[in-house]
Write a protein that binds this ligand. Sequence first.
Ligand code: DC
Length: 225
Amino acid sequence: MKNIIIAIDGFSACGKSTLARDLAATLGFAYVDSGAMYRAVALYLLDHLVPIDDLEAVGQALEHIHIAFKNVQGQNRTFLNGEDVEDAIRDMRVSAVVSLVAAIPQVRRMLVRQQQAMGQAGGIVMDGRDIGTVVFPQAELKIFLTADLDQRVRRRMLELSARGLEPIEAQVRHNLLERDHIDATRADSPLRQADDAIVLDNTHLDRQQQLELALQWAYARATEV
Ligand code: DC
């Protein structure tokens, strides 16, 4: 099969990373969680007390941020300056500010450049908000994932509970809505469906069903091009 690029975009907690990971594992492609990169930058700024609205300080901080992904015991984990931050970047304190950090053009410029370098050889599945529109406008397959808000809240609650946290439903719902709003209305590369993206509503689909649909599209695109 040809080493195509698969871009998956959509609102928060639609299951983008689950689909992206499943696709990558089945196809033997690399998987990149671009949201984890924005989360790692947000974590660094929080830990180093860098005010998010001080663009000069943010610009300086970016020079000290190195993000990498490593496979640890079969799990794709995010490293910030050599430290495993995979768990820390999922905390609510990071979720609360990450959309504001992701709206800063310097942050986007740096991360988009790194994401494009990771996809140079193809054979990659990347999920995020601007993958099909900005990072890889040439991607052979673009999927725009959606799901009902209630379903998304339920899934995020389960995910956080599974990690031993005690999420509060009203807080999770508020955070999803707020992030969706900031992500879709920011000036720099807002979340939007690419014109040539296929919409996949997974509200009533289970993990296997959504994977099978996406696989059909991937095989079709890989033989078409
Ligand atoms: O996918 P996620 O929820 O982990 O992403 C965290 C935040 O990062 C999200 O609120 C918006 C931002 N983001 C972005 O702006 N562009 C991307 N390609 C990926 C994420």
